[in-house]
Write a protein that binds this ligand. Structure first.
Ligand code: 5GP
Ligand code: ZN
Length: 112
């Protein structure tokens, strides 16, 4: 999608600090980290949010979770939180599906 920030990052039009890449997804460090380690994993295909996941694209989401397990294992991250915000009230600011992967500090539950 031409007007999407994360599609521009995937296209290399906006620079990013790459963590991982394959044919289906891209991972990069968050520009405003909320924990000592905070990266985002996004599909290369534009999907607006979790609310657009269905039978046609859920395999991509399964792949992203495999990638999260692989990246964290390689980095030696044993405890971490995966978050996806959907919609304005939950705090979604970029409307391209992304999973935050946060670690390196104590975290509260429930989240704020
Ligand atoms: P959301 O608020 O939609 O759940 O998460 C969007 C995330 O994207 C935020 O954590 C924000 O810091 C991050 N972000 C926004 N713009 C950029 C950018 O240009 N580069 C990177 N690396 N992260 C960004
Ligand atoms: Zn996009």
């Amino acid at each position: 999608m031409s007007d999407c920030l994360f599609c521009k990052i995937i296209a290399g039009e906006i620079p990013s600090d790459k963590v991982y890449e394959d044919e289906l997804c891209y991972a990069f460090n968050d520009i405003a980290p909320q924990a000592p380690s905070h990266f985002l994993v996004i599909p290369k295909a534009h999907i607006g949010s979790v609310s657009e996941i269905d039978g046609s694209n859920s395999g991509l989401v399964a792949h992203i979770f495999e990638v999260i397990a692989k990246i964290t294992a390689e980095k030696g991250i044993e405890s971490y939180r995966v978050v996806s915000n959907i919609g304005e009230q939950a705090g979604q600011s970029v409307h391209h599906l992304h999973f935050h992967v946060l670690s390196g500090r104590d975290m509260t539950w429930p989240p704020g």
